[in-house]
Design a protein around this ligand. Structure first.
Ligand SMILES: Nc1nc2c(ncn2[C@@H]2O[C@H](COP(=O)(O)OP(=O)(O)O)[C@@H](O)[C@H]2O)c(=O)[nH]1
Ligand SMILES: [Mg+2]
Length: 324
């Protein structure tokens, strides 16, 4: 959708934010937006869906597409996440390929090229992330690395070294993105920061806390389904005063129920308390959050659940009966 009657200097650019799990894609987006919109944890594969985050600077609209990190897998669930990641490059004017500087960098380019298969990519800027973790960045043979990288990913034209923790060099990147943006009407109303609604982010914030608080493999076997989401508005001001949310935390195995509930309900209470704070910061009103745990064996193979959490069938989905 295009918004009519726009300023003649309007510019708009869409960027796909790409890279392996845990390289710092969501952190960079949050830093650029200036809010903790998209969820960040110290575990790989936290982001499961792709969505738009929007930042407007003067008359320039920057649409950042957060994507799950690409990773090799034959599991249906992972195939659908990979599809979300690959689909993020469609329609993008520019790709930001994040490479974690605190690890060996060239294999990350190779893995990216393998994952993208033969897909044609728009112009790609490399973002070497986590600069703060590198002791002596000037000792890195960046020019050599870039020459090798361009052979692996030919769409690369430019590169940045930055940290989303300290903010070093992020403004330089943001400025260059603004300069690169083509003249175009805006796609979102000024003030919108995402194409996903508060209900989507509510599930994300619950999942974020589950990811942070639960140990080992359990977070990966957790999904969050909203069962009820109701806003109550003030009769006069029409402002949100109260949001009532009921959500189920799905687990794969009966033994996981007790772990998510915790001793005398302490774990689920903690997840709820932390998530509620983040949701309330988003809605600006009071939030009543009711969480319960539901055992749903192999939910990650269940098409209904996958659709419900925003992962429709992928091109290479296992099911032969997929809808065309
Ligand atoms: N030290 C440091 N850590 C970072 C930086 N960017 C991200 N991280 C951490 O790396 C982890 C993964 O970040 P996240 O943004 O979720 O990565 P994503 O999976 O690519 O979206 C989190 O623990 C972040 O706090 C950075 O610039 N410096
Ligand atoms: Mg992420």
């Amino acid at each position: 959708m295009l918004i009519e009657d726009q300023h003649p200097d309007s510019k708009s650019i869409m960027l796909a934010v790409l890279g392996a799990p845990n390289v710092g894609k969501s952190s960079l987006i949050n830093y650029m937006l200036g809010t903790d919109l998209t969820i960040v944890t110290n575990r790989p594969q936290t982001t499961r869906n792709r969505f738009h985050c929007i930042l407007t600077i003067d008359h320039t609209e920057i649409i950042l597409v957060d994507t799950p990190g690409l990773h090799r897998s034959n599991l249906e669930f992972n195939k659908r996440m990979n599809e979300q990641a690959r689909g993020g490059t469609m329609g993008a004017d520019l790709n930001l390929l994040l490479i974690d500087m605190s690890h060996n960098v060239l294999p990350q380019f190779q893995e990216f090229a393998r994952q993208m298969e033969e897909q044609e990519l728009a112009e790609t800027w490399v973002v070497f992330s986590k600069l703060d973790l590198v002791k002596d960045p000037s000792a890195l043979p960046i020019e050599e690395i870039m020459t090798a990288a361009k052979e692996i990913v030919p769409s690369i034209t430019n590169h940045y070294l930055l940290s989303s923790k300290t903010g070093d060099n992020v403004h330089q990147l943001t400025g260059d993105i603004c300069d690169r943006a083509p003249e175009s009407p805006h796609h979102y109303i000024n003030g919108d920061i995402s194409n996903r609604n508060e209900r989507f982010f509510a599930t994300e914030y619950i999942r974020e806390q589950a990811f942070q608080l639960l140990k080992e493999e359990i977070p990966y076997e957790v999904a969050v389904l909203i069962e009820e989401y109701r806003d109550f508005k003030d009769k006069e001001t029409r402002e949100n005063v109260d949001t009532h949310i009921s959500a189920a935390i799905l687990v794969n195995r009966p033994s996981q129920r007790g772990i998510v509930v915790g001793k005398q309900g302490s774990m689920i209470k903690e997840i709820g308390t932390r998530a509620r704070k983040k949701i309330a910061a988003m809605t600006g009103g009071k939030v009543h959050l009711n969480l319960h745990v539901k055992v749903s064996p192999k939910w990650f193979k269940n098409n209904w659940v996958l659709e419900e959490i925003g992962l429709p069938r992928a091109q290479d989905s296992n099911r032969v009966w997929r809808a065309r």
